[in-house]
Design a protein around this ligand. Structure first.
Ligand SMILES: N[C@@H](CCC(=O)N[C@@H](CS)C(=O)NCC(=O)O)C(=O)O
Length: 202
C-alpha cells in the first residue's frame, strides 16, 4: 500500500495513527506529497481528483480517499475495533470524528485565507465565521472530554489530531486556557506511542 502524506496534515496523521494502531503501517509505504488548493500537485491529482491528501493506493491499484474512508478501510482490513461496529457507540465515535474533522475543515479554510489569499482579498466576516466554528467545536469537545477516559477510537483520535493541528498552526488561540478538561485529556494521551510518533511538523 502507498500513502500520499504530509507531516503537517492532520487528516494524514489520523491515517498513520490508525495504521500504527492496527499494525498495517508495516505494509504501508509513506510518500511525502504536498497538497495545495491553488497550486495543484499533479502526483496527488493523479490518484485523487480532488487533489487532496491523504490518498491510499492499495496493492491491487484501488485508490481510497479521504481520511474517513481510509481509516475505516484499514480498521476493517485489520479486524480492529477503532470503529465501533453498531449502535450508540458507533454513532458517538462517528459524530466525534465529524466534530474533529469539522474543526479541521474550518481551521484549514482559515489558514488558506491567510497564506493563500493576498491581504487585499481577505474577508473579515469569513475569518470570523470560521473562527466561530472552531470556538464552538472546542466547547463541545470540552463537554465531551469528561467521558473520554482512555477510549482511543476514531472519534478521540480525530479530536486529538484536531487539537494537535491547532497547536501547530494556531498556537495563539491558546485553546487550553478555556478548556481544562480537554487539555488534561490531551496531555495524558500525548505519551501514547502512535500519537507521539506522529507529532505534526512543517
Ligand atoms: N476531508 C478530507 C480533507 C483532506 C484535506 O483537506 N487535506 C489537505 C491537507 S491537510 C489538502 O489536501 N489540501 C489541499 C486542497 O485543499 O486542495 C480528508 O479527511 O482527508
Amino acid at each position: 500500500m502507498k500513502l500520499l502524506y504530509s507531516p503537517a496534515s492532520p487528516y494524514a496523521r489520523k491515517v498513520v495513527i490508525v495504521a500504527r494502531e492496527t499494525g498495517l503501517d508495516r505494509e504501508m509505504e509513506i510518500v511525502a506529497a504536498g497538497a495545495h488548493p491553488v497550486d495543484r500537485n499533479a502526483a496527488v491529482g493523479a490518484v485523487n481528483p480532488l487533489g487532496k491528501i491523504p490518498a491510499l493506493t492499495l496493492a491491487d491499484g484501488t485508490v481510497l480517499y479521504d481520511s474517513r474512508v481510509i481509516c475505516e478501510a484499514l480498521n476493517n482490513m485489520a479486524g480492529a475495533d477503532l470503529f465501533p461496529s453498531v449502535g450508540p457507540d458507533r454513532w458517538r465515535a462517528l459524530v466525534e470524528q465529524a466534530l474533529g474533522d469539522g474543526l479541521l475543515d474550518a481551521a484549514l479554510l482559515l489558514r488558506y485565507e491567510t497564506v493563500v489569499r493576498e491581504e487585499a482579498q481577505r474577508h473579515a466576516g469569513w475569518v470570523a465565521g470560521q473562527t466561530a466554528k472552531i470556538t464552538e467545536a472546542l466547547h463541545d469537545m470540552e463537554r465531551r472530554a469528561a467521558g473520554f477516559g482512555t477510549r482511543w477510537d476514531i472519534g478521540t483520535i480525530t479530536i486529538a489530531c484536531a487539537l494537535g493541528y491547532l497547536d501547530l498552526r494556531f498556537a495563539e488561540m491558546r485553546w487550553r486556557d478555556n478548556h481544562p478538561v480537554l487539555a488534561a485529556w490531551f496531555e495524558a494521551l500525548s505519551a501514547r506511542p502512535s500519537f507521539a510518533a506522529t507529532a505534526p511538523k512543517g
